[in-house]
Design a protein around this ligand. Structure first.
Ligand SMILES: CC(C)(COP(=O)([O-])OP(=O)([O-])OC[C@H]1O[C@@H](n2cnc3c(N)ncnc32)[C@H](O)[C@@H]1OP(=O)([O-])[O-])[C@@H](O)C(=O)NCCC(=O)NCCSC(=O)C[C@@](C)(O)CC(=O)[O-]
Length: 302
């Protein structure tokens, strides 16, 4: 397999990155982050989610955020929609892509979206149908594809099973997520191999959290299989409210640094991306959780 010459990154920082923040982040700051990401050349931004505000209070301002963005042509703005209620609210804000999110582990499905895997697929089916009828792209996030905070290791067969269900209901693209960042290169490769039973390599992305410091290695391992689309989070923001202790996604800055160093194009301006990460990290009162950003900021400071 030849390594792709161009990679598409979906920055999930405004959604996955901020959803777990305990103190409210004002909509204006979220919008400011989206603007800085688009200025840095990100073509895909996961902005918010239309979930219950009782479950994830930080995303309660979804409408304000989506309607406050000065959109640029050619950028795909994605939002999470777990059910028809979420989709019906989201569609008014004109997302380019919606994300349904299921789990390869039963226990995580229950904790995260309050239903079994089978029930989740029943809920997603009309959402997918409605989105496709409205000309909105559909992505399926597959959580816990290597490990679950409640069940431990997750077998590749579970991943293949979920991918098959996603395919059956018309989901066009699936993301292989290591929700709690326990994966190592061979394990994430096996999760991608399982997904390949139902989806072509061009319809699979990687979504790796960095809890054990493996996310960049996992990105490279799956890049070497031909995966060319990854979810990343500026400044390494994030964590899932239903996966205690899990840290953020791999930092967008670190992935961009690695890819550019390998001669792989992303269309992203690393300096501007570092500015975007510094902006949100300053607001949150902490340093960016990115080695590349830390190094570049230190270099700038002389
Ligand atoms: C899915 C539900 C809503 C089911 O929650 P439920 O309680 O089973 O739903 P319900 O249909 O019984 O409704 C209960 C209440 O929620 C309301 N409700 C129902 N649906 C919606 C909606 N869409 N938007 C707003 N409100 C909603 C509904 O109106 C009702 O309100 P009440 O009558 O009590 O006032 C809930 O479990 C939920 O919101 N979960 C949040 C899940 C979440 O956002 N998790 C984090 C994102 S996933 C993730 O981070 C993983 C990912 C994608 O990044 C990949 C990876 O790394 O693994």
């Amino acid at each position: 397999m030849t390594i792709p010459s161009r990679v598409k990154l979906v920055d999930v920082g405004p959604r996955d990155g901020l959803q777990n923040e305990k103190s409210p982040v004002p909509a204006a700051v979220k919008i400011g982050l989206v603007h800085r990401l688009q200025d840095a050349g990100l073509t895909n931004i996961e902005v918010t989610s239309y979930v219950s505000p009782k479950w994830v209070p930080q995303m309660a301002d979804n409408h304000e955020v989506m309607s406050g963005i000065a959109r640029q042509g050619g950028i795909v703005y994605s939002v999470l929609t777990p059910n028809l209620k979420g989709f019906e609210a989201a569609v008014l804000d004109r997302p380019d892509e919606i994300v349904v999110f299921g789990s390869a582990s039963e226990a995580f499905s229950q904790k995260n979206i309050n239903c079994s895997i089978a029930e989740s697929i029943e809920r997603f089916a009309p959402v997918v149908e409605a989105a496709r009828a409205a000309g909105i792209a559909v992505r399926g996030a597959m959580s816990c594809t290597v490990g679950c905070p409640y069940e431990g290791e997750v077998a590749p067969e579970r991943v293949a099973y979920l991918a098959g269900l996603m395919k059956q209901i018309g989901v066009q693209h699936v993301g292989v997520a290591d929700t709690i960042g326990v994966g190592t290169p061979r394990k994430v490769q096996r999760a991608v191999e399982a997904t390949l039973q139902h989806y072509g390599i061009d319809d699979i992305s990687g979504h790796f959290h960095d809890t054990y410091g493996q996310a960049l290695a996992n990105t490279l391992a799956t890049l070497e299989m031909g995966v060319w689309q990854f979810d990343t989070s500026v400044a390494g923001l994030g964590g899932c409210p239903y996966a205690k202790g899990a840290t953020g996604n791999v930092a967008t800055e670190d992935v961009v640094y690695m890819l550019h160093g390998m001669g792989i194009e992303t269309g992203i301006d690393l300096d501007k991306l570092v500015d975007a990460g510094a902006y949100i990290s300053d607001f949150l009162g902490r340093k960016p959780n990115s080695r590349a950003a830390t190094a570049l900021l230190a270099k700038r400071a002389g």
